[in-house]
Write a protein that binds this ligand. Structure first.
Ligand SMILES: [Ca+2]
Ligand SMILES: [Ca+2]
Length: 345
């Protein structure tokens, strides 16, 4: 206070307050530069108009050609006169001391600064001149950034690694697709092998039923048939089995009506055999393939005959294509008889 009064009265020779701002370094090597320090400090400068300092403010413009400065930190004599400040925030350490008439400074330090810390830094000092009028002076310093070759290489390496990751993902995806395709192929092969076993089983069964002897001679196989004087219901069953089915079984009135319509449209037949028999118990009709009771049979007039020698049933033309009880075989030379295979799809 005494100095202020003395200054006003012109009793002391005052030093004018100048200002400078420094950056160290001026060029930031991103990733390599450990610290960036921007320091604003007052100087003794006879040409300056400032007699007394009130505040120091450091601000930054990200564009050297842009004057839109954003304040970073400040100190003033009302809050911190003669005191050292120190605070750390956002990877930035601030230190400073301010004295209206003596040395003042404000420093900002960043560890491992990135490109966002570059730009035009400005230090502004506000105070009063020797006449007591407000006066402001400022100074600026430019900080730029570079990326060292090693960082360029690291960046390229990172890009290459990213591309390799993408390619690896594509390869993994394709491998999964190929693996799925192989699984599907293997599944198909297993189904084919299972079907082959089924067909082999059927052929062996049919072979035994139809032939009494099979012999190889000079890469040919010769199959000698059983003696056949008749064609039996077992023959029909065997042939139906060859096609993956069985001698037709009547399971409903609708199925009976469907079959009757079918056979009645073929008047060239006399009898057409179906797959049911009462050979175990007379009048107790059982489906041969499934072993279930044969319901829904509509007999022709006078049928069934209840004859223990006749144990199969046929659609009969003479009975208007209703059911007829007859023997389970026909003479092999008799040509007006047929049968129907039923195959589940
Ligand atoms: Ca049926
Ligand atoms: Ca019978």
């Amino acid at each position: 206070m005494l100095r202020i009064i003395a200054t006003i009265l012109g009793l002391v020779t005052s030093s004018a307050i100048g200002l400078q701002i420094e950056a160290s370094p001026h060029i930031v090597d991103v990733g390599e530069t450990r610290n960036l320090t921007v320091k604003c400090s007052t100087t003794v400068e006879s040409s300056s108009k400032m007699a007394s300092l009130i505040s120091l403010i450091i601000s930054r413009s990200t564009d050297a050609n842009d004057t839109n400065f954003k304040e970073l930190n400040s100190i003033n004599v009302f809050q911190l006169s003669g005191q050292v400040i120190e605070n750390i925030r956002d990877n930035q350490t601030s230190t400073g001391v301010i004295d209206a008439y003596s040395q003042s400074n404000l420093s900002l330090v960043w560890e491992y600064p990135d490109a966002s810390k570059t730009g035009l830094y400005k230090c502004e000092a506000n105070g009063v001149d020797f006449a007591g009028h407000p006066v402001a002076i400022s100074s600026t310093v430019l900080v730029v950034s570079v990326q060292s070759d090693s960082h360029v290489l690291m960046h390229e390496l990172k890009n290459i690694n990213t591309k390799i990751d993408v390619l690896n993902n594509v390869i993994e995806s394709q491998n999964r697709t190929i693996s799925n395709s192989f699984d599907q192929i293997n599944s198909s092969i297993q189904k084919l092998e299972a079907n082959q076993q089924i067909w082999n089983s059927r052929f062996q069964s049919i072979k035994k039923h139809m032939f009494t002897n099979w012999t190889d001679f000079e890469n040919h196989q010769y199959l000698l048939s059983h003696i056949r004087s008749v064609v039996s219901v077992e023959d029909y069953e065997t042939i139906c089995e060859l096609f993956g089915g069985y001698l037709v079984e009547i399971d409903s009135i609708a199925e009976f009506n469907f079959l009757r319509a079918l056979v009645s449209s073929h008047p060239e037949f006399k009898y057409i055999m179906v797959g049911a028999t009462d050979r175990a118990t007379e009048d107790h009709w059982i489906n041969i393939h499934s072993g279930t009771i044969a319901h829904n049979i509509q007999w022709g007039q006078g049928e069934p005959s209840h004859d223990d020698d006749y144990n199969c049933m046929l659609f009969s033309r003479a009975h208007h294509w209703y059911m007829y009880e007859w023997s389970c075989f026909f003479q092999a030379t008799y040509s007006e008889n047929g049968f129907i295979c039923e195959i589940s799809e």
